[in-house]
Design a protein around this ligand. Structure first.
Ligand code: NAD
Length: 381
């Protein structure tokens, strides 16, 4: 530890919890030049700070989660106490924009690179980890080997790095994993899937999510970390451009018409699909992180409640929003694609999110409200 006139530089310290350089200003203790008080002040300070790691932090949900955590400013630490978020480390293969908040560090990192992931997660026991980095469903279906490397090996890297950071089995880092309703499916599609439904993924993407959910359960049972998986319905309305997800049309059928452009629809107009809003998802990721593990039991995977949305309903909602905001909107136009409809056929059409609601996780607002939130956040209406 290096102490200068008014700064304690712990970057040279061997303290096991100071993985990154912490420059602390502890004016009173330094002024008195009292080594015991300095030590005590450092301990008090450290006990009240924590680090958050978000993999996929450059993506749609990861970047919004980062914003929400910066605004919130604190989170429950492994000790069970709420602690100030001193830094957020974002890991991603790409970052579309620059961050301005000094608390945020961006690390360009390939999630299947074990050493890079361990390095980015670090050895700081006062850490919370949100694992969101993933290839999307359409990509996984086309590139099996990459899906295994990124979604499966990448997941194991993150989970093992979290395990390595744990201080004791009583104070475990919390890990929140973003899973998907693509864990469900199969030849016999149930009317409604719940947390007690059997996992029968019909896509490589869903298979990797299922395995990671099981790993989260087992790492938690073994007291390697305190894990939670959030099983997400399709999240609307994603800003930007269409992506390679087989559910890309779900956001596109709102986003494109609102921008005055026609949206090609690769699936049937009466196709029911479980959807929720991004604000609800961010609140849910944080709420699930904050829940005491005693409320979760052995099954750490929680399916979020969702609306059953069809393109027909989307058209109706768009017409209402357009009338209220005096917008000229584009149309949802026929562009049927057998491959996409085939993937969607293997997905659930309805989700029972009652366990999530019992746990106090939020329900999505009406679809029209979700669309208005998108306009508020991403378009100047
Ligand atoms: N958005 C949805 O509708 C939805 C639905 C169900 C589940 N999920 C899950 O939620 C999480 C976040 O979703 P999102 O919508 O923000 O997705 P996204 O594609 O916007 O973000 C994922 C991020 O992971 C990064 N990534 C991909 N491969 C990587 C690699 N090899 N190394 C490092 N980073 C890599 C991407 O660059 C991207 O920024 C994902 O795990 C996704 O599977 C999302």
């Amino acid at each position: 530890m290096v102490v200068t006139d008014n700064v304690v530089d712990m970057s040279l310290s061997t303290h096991p919890r100071s993985e990154h350089s912490i420059r602390l200003r502890i004016d009173g203790a330094i002024r008195d030049k009292d080594p015991l008080r300095i030590g005590g002040a450092i301990r008090d300070y450290e006990e009240n700070i924590m680090k958050v790691v978000i993999t996929g932090g450059g993506g749609f949900l990861g970047s919004m989660l980062c914003e929400a955590l910066l605004k919130q400013g604190e989170l429950t630490a492994p000790s069970g106490k709420r602690q100030r978020i001193e830094s957020i480390v974002l890991l991603d293969a790409v970052f579309p924009s620059l961050s301005v908040d000094p608390r945020v560090t961006r690390k360009v990192c390939e999630i299947s690179d074990r050493e890079a992931v361990f390095d980015a997660v670090g050895t700081d026991a006062d850490v919370a980890i949100f694992h969101l980095a993933s290839m999307v469903s359409g990509e996984c279906e086309l590139r099996f080997e990459d899906a295994m490397r990124v979604n499966l090996d990448g997941g194991r890297n993150v989970f093992d790095a979290a395990r390595a950071a744990a201080r004791t089995t009583d104070e475990l880092p919390r890990v929140v994993f973003a899973s998907s309703i693509a864990c469900f499916g199969g030849d016999v599609i149930a009317d409604c899937f719940s947390d007690s439904s059997k996992h029968l993924p019909r896509t490589t993407y869903g298979m990797t999510k299922t395995i990671c959910e099981l790993l989260v359960n087992d790492y938690s049972r073994k007291r390697f970390f305190d894990g939670r998986s959030v099983r997400l319905p399709t999240v609307i309305v994603r800003p930007g451009k269409p992506n390679a997800a087989a559910s890309s049309w779900a956001s596109g059928m709102f986003r494109e018409p609102l921008a005055g452009i026609d949206c090609p629809l690769p699936i049937r107009r009466d196709q029911r699909h479980p959807m929720t809003g991004y604000r609800t998802v961010i609140d849910s990721l944080i709420a699930l992180h904050e829940l005491p593990e005693s409320r979760l039991g052995g099954d750490r995977a929680v399916g979020l409640p969702a609306h059953q949305v069809t393109p027909l309903l989307a058209e109706q909602v768009l017409a209402e929003v357009a009338a209220e905001h005096d917008l000229t909107i584009g149309k949802i136009v026929e562009a049927y694609d057998d491959r996409i409809q085939g993937i969607v056929n293997g997905w659930p059409t309805a989700i029972d999110g009652s366990r999530a609601m019992k746990l106090g996780l939020p329900q999505p607002p009406p679809v029209k409200e979700i669309v208005k939130q998108f306009l508020e956040d991403f378009a100047s209406v």
